[in-house]
Design a protein around this ligand. Structure first.
Ligand code: 6PG
Length: 469
């Protein structure tokens, strides 16, 4: 009996995705470059093994799938994907479909999608979020590429995806690399969410002198309210957990150098390329980079003294940090959605923004209660900045003070808050009807005769009566 779908690449994510697919009743062909891993996987699959169709050669693998075939690639992003496509192409029919489910750079996906148009097989790039558990029990799936090809695998993708109130968190979001771009922005937002949580953690640890279990309690409390989210929930867990070997809190034994595989950075790069403001995400990427400079930071502390200073009792507390985080989050998501809209315009892709918010409501790393409200707000006012939607405008009015006070207090006490302060600056600029770009225009015209528009005579370009020094 033929398999209904195939999957190549049995790393952690690939294995879990394959089990998820099998558990949903599909027969799935599996292949891994080293056959030993395939054997081990099938041996450990228990009852699900009967729906797994293992192969030792790629030819056998392809032959084991029912045409028109659909094959999911779960190999490391980059050259491995191109290499795998090279191997598959001669073995596949034009009607077959290759689905790259890794964290690809969407420019690569654009290129692969374009190649697929010249003679097939079809190609789709899908973003899959939710880590190991998500892959196994229900990820959020951001699909992009060939829409008719998507229709073929839609029932399967919906079946294996996370559900929010019975609605599958899997959708086609646009042509070519759109799915991977949305996943990239998801990761940029993930970086910013994590960084803002790290910033308030820093304020609690170094400013308010709370111990780890007190910090855990604060996160737990927040997880019952407007900030309810997976990342707050796991932050509480991480803060509470102790090292079994030493008995010390895990947070005290973990080195303060953050890793990154690059997707958050791609979001910042895209924002700069598309000319859309994403300061909060850029700050989060920058902060990860700075965290890696351990020796330099130590040298800086030796020369200038340690920056963080305790905040006196009563000046700032968790009740102020909660609205700060809420405001920061809204402002950061506004930047992310804006970036997606800009990319949609640039490439002429569908990328329905409310649908994207819906797909993020469950399964993915940034899932949170707020995303449901975001989906509704973006639906009500298509094309408008999230912060201008009545619900979020109201929420920002109520949380603004918390953000401003938090950034001000942190700044006065040497507690770094790059992402939160970037969010606040974004907010303040977005509500400054008359910006300071008039002097920039004056400078540009002065040194380069670049011209400027006048407030009192719109449209034309003018030059200033500058006295040349
Ligand atoms: C997800 C995550 C995941 C990503 C990690 C690692 O949505 O499940 O975004 O895809 O690979 O979060 O990212 P960094 O190593 O860059 O932190």
């Amino acid at each position: 009996e033929h398999a209904e779908i195939g999957l190549i690449g049995l790393g952690t994510m690939g294995r879990n995705l394959a089990l998820n697919i099998a558990e949903n009743g599909y027969r799935i062909a599996v292949f891994n470059r080293t056959a030993q891993r395939t054997d081990q996987f099938v041996a450990k699959a228990g009852d699900l093994a009967e729906r797994l169709v293992p192969s030792r050669t790629i030819e056998e693998f392809v032959a084991s799938i029912k045409p028109p075939r659909a094959i999911i690639l779960m190999v490391p992003a980059g050259e491995a994907v191109d290499a795998q496509i090279q191997v598959l192409r001669p073995l596949l029919d034009p009607e077959d479909l290759i689905i790259d489910a890794g964290n690809a750079n969407y420019h690569d996906t654009n290129r692969r999608a374009a190649t697929a148009l010249s003679g097939g097989p079809h190609f789709m790039g899908i973003g899959v979020s939710g880590g190991e558990q998500g892959a196994r029990f229900g990820p959020s799936i951001m699909a992009g590429g060939d829409r008719s090809a998507f229709a073929r695998v839609q029932p399967l993708l919906e079946a294996i995806s996370a559900k929010f109130e019975n609605v599958p968190c899997a959708a086609w979001l646009g042509e070519a690399g759109a799915g991977h771009l949305v996943k990239t922005v998801h990761n940029g937002i993930e970086y910013a969410d994590m960084q803002m949580i790290a910033e308030v953690y820093g304020i609690m640890r170094d400013g308010l002198k709370l111990d780890n279990s007190a910090v855990a309690d604060v996160f737990d409390g927040w997880n019952q309210g407007v900030l309810q989210s997976y990342l707050i929930e796991i932050s509480a867990e991480v803060s509470r957990t102790r090292d079994p070997d030493t008995g010390r809190p895990m947070l005290d034994v973990i080195l303060d150098r953050a890793g990154q595989k690059g997707t958050g950075r791609w979001t910042a790069i895209e924002a700069l390329m598309l000319g859309t403001p994403a300061g909060t995400i850029e700050a989060a990427v920058g902060a990860r980079g700075m965290s890696a400079r351990l020796e330099e930071r130590k040298a800086g502390e030796a020369v200038f003294g340690s920056a963080p200073r305790p905040i006196a009792q009563g000046l700032l507390g968790p009740e102020v940090l909660e609205p700060a985080l809420l405001a920061g989050k809204i402002l950061c998501y506004a930047q992310g959605f804006d970036l997606i809209s800009a990319a949609a315009r640039q490439y002429g892709w569908a990328m329905p923004v409310p649908e994207i918010a819906r797909v993020w409501r469950a399964g993915c790393i940034i899932r949170s209660a707020l995303l449901n409200d975001m989906a509704s707000a973006l639906e009500e006012q298509p094309g408008r900045n999230l912060i201008l939607a009545p619900f979020f405008a109201d929420t920002l009015r109520r949380s603004e003070d918390g953000l401003r006070k938090t950034v001000a207090m942190a700044t006065l006490h040497g507690l770094p808050v790059p992402a939160l302060s970037a969010a606040l600056s974004y907010f303040d600029i977005m509500r400054t009807g008359r910006s300071t770009a008039n002097i920039i225009q004056g400078q540009r015209d002065f040194f380069g005769a670049h011209g400027f528009e006048r407030t009192d005579m719109p449209g034309d370009s003018f030059h200033g009566p500058w006295a040349i020094a």
